[in-house]
Design a protein around this ligand. Structure first.
Ligand SMILES: Cc1ncc(COP(=O)(O)O)c(C=O)c1O
Length: 396
């Protein structure tokens, strides 16, 4: 087996095609230099239509979209925000920055995304918002979450970084809660050249507020002026009461590429679902290696391919499996999303306490398999063979 070629995660999940490369060159040669120019404005309109939300604000990454969500949620010290600990750190930092208390909710053991039942146990009279993460590309149970939010008058922020285009009972994620936050980082299903993001809102007034916050308070003068250059080219405004502005703008070349990639996002996700189906079938004889369960009505974007390895009956554990896959089968797997309550930063912030047994069980036994867009069938079969070989070895 040692002459096998190593399979590992690529640097970029979806490569640009020729048309996308040319769009990039066109903007470089002919584009305007404005921070938010015609490409980004068009991209916002097209994304609003694609997602089916009230408005969209183009931003430089999902972390800044989450910052906008935290600011517009108007939360602060004394308020509580419910969110999963099993997520990328950017989900939590903007809400921690407000001074609110973070309350960790658990995941569902089968779907491995935030569970509504667990959210319900965390709600108190101080709760202001729920941050839902459609982790690995799978929509969380939004009907149950939205009904809790309505009952308790809570805001819902959807972290859609890993699930662009995913649908929940026909609705795209990012159109269901109050705010949606998307990432076009290089490692995501589509990338606007390394960084990029979208902030979607249900209420169009939040779109205006997001734009006022986005570019250092630069804003057109409301009143008619005698000269276009007096008293200055643009006003500088307080974006919303009590808040200073940020620079979260998306660049024009990024937007030009993003507009084209958006057009093939459904095809990219469809192919990823086929890849997942093929791998799942090939491994169906290994119940100790359980992939994420997709509930009815959810259309998974399969951003990542993760499994839980329950090797106890064979006296083995996840770490044995990862080591064997690397040493004997040249398949370099990883683990992801260290529960935030266990990290140095969140312990320091006082958020070490959590009662999340399903998160603990999943993280301590999880494995993430190399995964990207447009993997050929032969490669999926090869990965499945390597995994099956290792799982057989572990059975002894
Ligand atoms: C769940 C989740 N939220 C937020 C982010 C932050 O996205 P960005 O890198 O675009 O800021 C990521 C990125 O990995 C993510 O996976």
């Amino acid at each position: 087996m040692s002459n096998m070629e190593l399979i590992t995660f690529p640097a970029v999940q979806t490569r640009l095609n020729v048309e996308e490369e040319q769009a990039l060159l066109r903007v470089v040669r002919e584009g305007s230099v404005l921070a938010i120019g015609p490409e980004a404005e068009q991209f916002e309109k097209e994304w609003t239509e694609y997602i089916g939300c009230g408005d969209t604000v183009a931003v430089c990454n999902c972390s800044s979209a989450l910052e906008l969500a935290a600011i517009l949620s108007d939360i602060g010290p004394g308020d509580e925000v419910i969110l999963p600990a099993h997520t990328f750190v950017a989900t939590a930092v903007p809400f921690a920055r407000t001074g609110a208390t973070l309350c960790w909710a658990d995941i569902d053991p089968d779907s491995r995304v935030l569970s509504a039942e667990s959210i319900a146990t965390q709600i108190t009279d101080k709760t202001k918002a729920i941050v839902v993460v459609h982790l690995y590309g799978l929509p969380a149970d939004m009907d149950a979450i939205m009904s809790l939010a309505t009952k308790h008058n809570l805001l819902v922020i959807e972290d859609c970084a890993q699930a662009p285009g995913a649908r929940y009972h026909g609705k795209r994620v990012g159109s269901i809660g109050d705010f949606g936050c998307f990432s076009f980082h290089a490692q995501k299903n589509i990338t606007t050249l390394g960084e990029g993001g979208m902030f979607t809102v249900r209420n169009p007034e939040h779109g205006v507020q997001g734009r006022r916050l986005r570019w250092m308070g630069n804003w057109p003068f409301e009143e008619k002026r005698q000269h276009y250059w007096l008293p200055a080219m643009a006003n500088v405004v307080e974006p919303i009461p009590g808040q200073l502005p940020h620079n979260f703008c998306m660049g024009e070349p990024n937007a030009a590429v993003g507009r084209l990639l958006m057009k093939r996002l459904d095809a990219i996700n469809e192919r990823r679902r086929c890849q997942a189906g093929r791998l799942r079938n090939a491994l169906s004889d290994y119940p100790e290696f359980s992939l994420q369960h997709t509930p009815d009505g959810c259309e998974h974007a399969y951003h990542l391919m993760t499994a839980r390895y329950d090797g106890n009956p064979y006296g083995k554990n996840r770490d044995d499996l990862i080591q064997l896959l690397l040493d004997k089968y040249q398949l370099k797997c990883i683990i992801q999303y260290w529960p935030l309550c266990r990290t140095e930063l969140f312990k320091k912030l006082g958020f070490a306490k959590a009662d999340i047994p399903h998160t603990d069980r999943f993280f301590d036994n999880m494995i993430s398999i190399p995964w990207w867009s447009d993997m050929p069938d032969e490669l999926i079969d090869d990965i499945a063979r390597r995994l099956a070989g290792a799982l057989d070895d572990m059975r002894g």
